[in-house]
Design a protein around this ligand. Structure first.
Ligand code: ADP
Ligand code: MG
Length: 252
């Protein structure tokens, strides 16, 4: 390709916003010449790079937008330490297929059993699969909704939370909600019901949920919505943190 043609091609690629193809054009032209790669294969390789770069950028953007407190991937989760956790189920959930069917996941269990880690890991997988994800604690979500209502932007914020492909509500139940807070959370979950997935982590058994939401009728309606078509995962093993610190004490 002569210099004039190459400059025109770069201009065209710029107009089409194919920046990864521009960056790799020179090296691919060189490689094609040296290794006598056909033009069809050359074009395919270059287009592949553009797609890979876009997918990677999208994944990074979704990870940022998800606002995970810490990036905890599945690869750092020790299944041996998680008692009778159904490894096959977690592997299956890591494909994010449940999200296409708007199914929910509820992690129940004591503090330190890895609920937040697992919820984050599945959220990171969802980001990888192109799904807009948001991580928020129950407490922060309620505060944000109450503030939004005071500022008369509640409709907008509810729409935003209804829009994520996956919403992770962490630590539901650590702090009981006011009547108003409970109703607002209920509203979000109703919006998402059977349309979008939710992952919830909680230290409370379902029997104790009235403590968080106050009103027994509201609690029953809410439980009905989120447990319907949900994977309920009981994290009944020992706390990982506790085990770690006991091990450290034994083996300083
Ligand atoms: P929970 O949300 O149930 O209170 P976390 O997910 O916050 O527990 O786990 C507490 C800490 O222990 C975190 O740093 C987490 O990464 C780690 N952890 C918990 N379980 C495991 C596990 N099975 N393998 C690796 N790290 C774990
Ligand atoms: Mg947690």
């Amino acid at each position: 390709m002569n210099a004039g043609m190459q400059a025109l091609l770069i201009d065209n690629l710029k107009t089409l916003r194919l920046s990864a193809m521009i960056r790799h054009l020179e090296s691919h032209l060189r490689q094609a010449r040296q290794e006598k790669i056909d033009y069809d294969e050359f074009l395919l390789n270059l287009a592949d790079i553009e797609i890979q770069v876009r997918q990677e950028n999208g994944r990074k953007r979704r990870l940022r937008e998800a606002k995970f407190p810490l990036l905890k991937p599945l690869s750092t989760f020790d299944f041996e330490a998680a008692g009778d956790l159904d490894v096959r189920l977690i592997k299956e959930l890591s494909t994010s297929e449940y999200i296409t069917r708007a199914r929910n996941i509820i992690f129940l269990g004591k503090s330190g059993t890895g609920k937040t880690h697992l919820a984050t890991a599945l959220g990171m997988e969802a980001c990888k699969h192109g799904i807009r994800t948001r991580f928020v604690t129950g407490c922060a979500l309620v505060n944000e909704l109450i503030e939004a209502r005071d500022e008369k932007i509640l409709g907008r914020i509810i729409k935003r939370y209804a829009g994520y492909g996956l919403l992770i509500i962490d630590e539901l139940g650590y702090v009981p909600f006011s009547k108003e807070g409970a109703e607002l959370i209920f509203q979000i979950l109703t919006e998402r019901h059977e349309r979008k997935s939710v992952i919830i982590t909680t230290n409370l058994g379902f029997g104790d949920w009235t403590q968080i939401f106050g009103d027994p009728n509201l609690t029953a309606a809410l439980l009905d919505r989120i447990t319907h078509k949900a994977h309920i995962i009981n994290c009944s093993w020992e706390s990982y943190r506790l085990k770690e610190s006991l091990n450290k004490r034994r083996d300083p």
